[in-house]
Design a protein around this ligand. Structure first.
Ligand SMILES: [Fe+2]
Ligand SMILES: [Fe+2]
Length: 269
């Protein structure tokens, strides 16, 4: 059973309408223009897709931040790069990142909704989350933690409804490993000051589920430097980092005889 996980390509561009200067998009456009576009190389996304198609894993997980400000033309930039993956027949599980859900402007909301349907080959919509899929005897719980937040913060929100859903679901007997797919990390050792602008509200109860093994593994993005905080059996949390910034993706293999997850970091260069 093989899983490939990538995250945070962060395609960007200019403000797409004058209202962008009156909402959070101006922060993201400014950030892209003077910082992100020098750091994120979309050619790495193309390489990631080629690698995946050659490897043919059982499932691909993409944990969001395809864009920088969630504008339609930014999604249009990644669509042709992801199209071969979408058409490969390999199932894709996608959750949007906070940058994909940047503002409440209707055309941006429409763009991210369309992308969830498009990339998953209409397997689910954003409204269907949380939802569960099974691949190779592994249970994938897919949740959305991204919603527009204030001007200077990149907060995520685990809503009460999602937390209650997770409690109900994860209290049921577990017959196979359970992987949580989320944009925001659940257990990353947050620096109390530096990470305050990037925190996920409401993660405490989910962290407890991971600790008492009601959940086996969290696959997340948002943090651009990849990391694995896993135990000897490969259970814990794995963040793929930004594919375009690091030129790396994560590959996981689950052994049905030794019941272990093996994590590998794949360099695309
Ligand atoms: Fe990101
Ligand atoms: Fe993010």
């Amino acid at each position: 059973m093989k899983i490939v996980h990538f995250s945070d390509p962060h395609a960007g561009g200019a403000a797409e309408d004058w209202l962008a200067y009156f909402d959070k998009r101006w922060v993201g456009v400014f950030n892209y223009r003077f910082r992100r576009r020098f750091r994120h190389d979309l050619r790495n996304l193309k390489k990631a897709v080629s690698y995946i198609i050659e490897e043919r894993p059982d499932v691909v997980v993409c944990t969001g931040d395809l864009t920088s400000t969630g504008q339609p033309l930014e999604f249009d930039k990644v669509r042709p790069l992801l199209e071969p993956l979408r058409n490969s027949g390999i199932p894709v599980l996608f959750v949007p990142g906070n940058h994909d859900c940047y503002v409440t402007r209707p055309k941006c909301v429409k763009a991210v909704r369309e992308m969830v349907g498009w990339l998953t080959n209409n397997d689910y919509t954003i409204d269907a989350l949380p939802t569960v899929r099974y691949y190779g005897d592994i249970e994938f719980i897919i949740i959305n933690t991204s919603a527009p937040s204030n001007l200077l913060c990149s907060w995520g929100f685990l809503t009460k409804a999602t937390r209650n859903w997770l409690e109900d679901y994860c209290n049921k007997p577990k017959n196979c490993p359970r992987i949580l797919v989320t944009h925001y990390p659940i257990v990353e050792h947050n620096h109390p000051i530096w990470r305050i602008r990037h925190r996920l509200f409401g993660a405490g109860p989910v962290k407890a589920m991971l600790e008492d093994k009601r959940l086996d593994l969290v696959l997340c993005g948002h943090v651009h430097k990849p990391y694995q905080q896993v135990d000897g059996s490969g259970r814990g949390e794995s963040c793929a980092g930004s594919v375009t910034r690091n030129g790396t993706i994560s590959e996981l293999e689950y052994g049905t005889t030794n019941l272990r997850f093996i994590h590998r970091r794949i360099s695309l260069n």
